[in-house]
Design a protein around this ligand. Structure first.
Ligand code: NAD
Length: 510
């Protein structure tokens, strides 16, 4: 921070952790982009925005680095990611604390976010020995057919504020073992955690010793900096996480130049609660999914579709759970809900609750609290909104702790309500009836990329492919075979005979 500015507690602590993590003070104390803490609203750092020349130079350096990195054997590339995992393990408490200070998460969720980064590194190290294709039977005698997977090129990673570092790790760990170079454009709301994470990767690169210069860079700024990555044809894949509006802006531009896209966009996630469900278990799962991270997860539970026979009993339990969830400073150990990210998030929450009230919705909670202690920060009590039907207000994503509760009579009606929104990210059913659970998971059930039984829609682990359908973007990241998006596939046919039979019996006799 410039010496003329008053330095608050959060800024002072963030500065200490950044230095502890090895980030050069000049990187977080000078520049035009101010990082704020949602805990107090105070400025906690100033960083330089990457200009066009910086972005072009970074893309050029990444392209050069790719040309040598692609020839490093994949298991050796895995060694770099193993070292990154070691750095993350060592820095876990410090980096997690920085996530709390910059994104407002409670300690347990911040630690969980760093653990997720470590997990994907472990996964990627193992995967670096398993980037295998198929051998396929050919119709021609004396031939062999196979597919091979090759590194793709430069990968651009654009991330959102609410998982300021884990989303980068999902992409970076896979891209690096797949032989790609990476350019990261973090959210303009969370540049400090990005600089700290990048420093850890640079430390891993230094220990590794063979990483080409330019293999990984971080580019600071807003959407215009992200747009440079989207427009540059040297960037072969853009993995972009954020709002559906962002996806709508970048998707056509990537399609125009035939670049690959992984789009991880918004969600309007629902759970169906059936009469046979354990209401205690459902209440606990719903409480975490709807209130965790103050409703600022892409997978946060936003709609609850409850059978009419248990509606009153579940609502009683939920009201009690909501009343007991402590809203406050995320640095305090009793806190379960920290602040909203900024004033705009609070305004969006208020507008949605006002609209719900005009539609006859019964709203409990949703008030601003702690305004005297933190006049420049936005803490809210989580809101439960009972709606007679799934009105338009419940059909869009409001990135705040609002849970719309609606009734259903039969499962087909519940599934219709469940699927009749634009998004298709994460979903759950709570039931002890096998047939209901299986129907929810079947082709005529949930239309989301994530469909769960007796657990909430949020809190995915990295072993599965993560992503959604419809307005949630269609991308897949993390586990399963998501790695294939970071490589190009070649089909190879080898003739080891002395003849030249043509496929499909075609003859071309000279
Ligand atoms: P946002 O769309 O405002 O910004 C996300 C990122 O995209 C930022 O880095 C931003 O600078 C960049 N960006 C925005 N417009 C761009 C453009 N036209 N060209 C290039 N880059 C652009 O989102 P946010 O407020 O940071 O995050 C919240 C949203 O992200 C919610 O909708 C949430 O559901 C979604 N999200 C989705 C996932 C997922 O995996 N599906 C994960 C986390 C968050």
């Amino acid at each position: 921070m410039a010496s003329s500015e008053a330095i608050g507690d959060v800024a002072r602590e963030a500065g200490q952790w950044l230095q502890e993590l090895g980030v050069e003070p000049s990187l977080f104390s000078v520049g035009e982009l101010r990082a704020h803490s949602p805990i107090t609203g105070e400025a906690i750092g100033r960083v330089k925005v990457s200009g066009v020349a910086d972005v072009k130079a970074a893309i050029g350096a990444a392209d050069d680095a790719f040309r040598s990195w692609r020839n490093v054997p994949a298991p050796r590339r895995g060694e770099l990611v193993r070292l990154l995992g070691e750095e993350l393990r060592a820095a876990k408490p410090h980096l997690a604390r920085l996530v709390t200070l910059e994104a407002g998460k409670i300690a347990s969720e911040s630690l969980g976010e760093i653990q997720e980064m470590i997990d994907i590194c472990d996964f990627a190290v193992g995967l670096s020995r398993q980037l295998h294709g198929l051998t396929i039977a050919t119709e021609r005698p004396g031939h062999r057919m196979m597919e091979t997977w090759h590194p793709l090129g430069v990968v651009g990673v654009i991330t959102s504020f609410n998982f300021p570092v884990a989303v980068w790790a999902w992409n970076a760990a896979l891209a690096l073992i797949c032989g790609d170079a990476i350019l990261w454009k973090p959210s303009e709301k969370t540049p400090l955690t990005a600089l700290a994470t990048h420093t850890l990767l640079m430390r891993a690169c230094a220990r590794f010793g063979e990483a080409p210069a330019g293999l990984a860079s971080v580019l600071i700024g807003g959407r215009d900096v992200g747009a440079f990555l989207v427009e540059d044809e040297r960037v072969k894949l853009v993995s972009a996480t954020g709002s559906t509006a962002m996806g709508r802006a970048v998707a056509p531009r990537l399609a125009q130049r035939f670049a690959r896209a992984i789009l991880e966009l918004g969600g309007n996630n629902a759970a169906i609660v059936c009469p046979s469900a354990s209401l205690d278990l459902a209440t606990r799962a719903i409480a975490f999914a709807a209130m965790g991270t103050a409703g600022q997860r892409c997978t946060s539970l936003r709609r609850l579709i409850v059978h009419e026979d248990i509606h009153a009993a579940l609502l009683d339990r939920l009201r009690a759970a909501y009343a007991s969830a402590r809203v406050g400073d995320p640095r305090e150990s009793q806190t379960l809900l920290g602040p909203l990210i900024d004033e705009a998030a609070y305004a969006a929450m208020r507008a949605t609750l006002d609209e719900a009230r005009t539609l006859g919705g019964a709203v409990t909670g949703g008030e601003r609290v702690l305004a005297e202690r933190f006049p420049n920060a936005y803490y809210v009590t989580p809101a439960l909104v009972e709606l007679a039907e799934q009105a338009r207000v419940a059909q869009r994503e409001t990135f705040a702790p609002i849970l719309f509760v609606m009734k259903y009579r039969n499962l087909d009606e519940a599934l219709d309500m469940h699927n009749s929104v634009a998004h298709g990210l994460a979903s759950s059913i709570f039931t002890n009836e096998l047939c209901e659970a299986e129907k929810f998971l079947s082709a005529e059930g949930s239309d989301c990329g994530i469909a769960n039984v007796n657990i909430g829609p949020s809190g995915a682990e990295i072993g599965g492919a993560f992503g959604g359908e419809k307005d949630s973007g269609g991308g897949r990241e993390a586990g399963s075979d998501a790695w294939k998006a970071y490589m190009r596939r070649a089909t190879n046919t080898i003739n080891y005979s002395k003849d030249l039979p043509l496929a499909q019996g075609v003859r071309f006799d000279l």
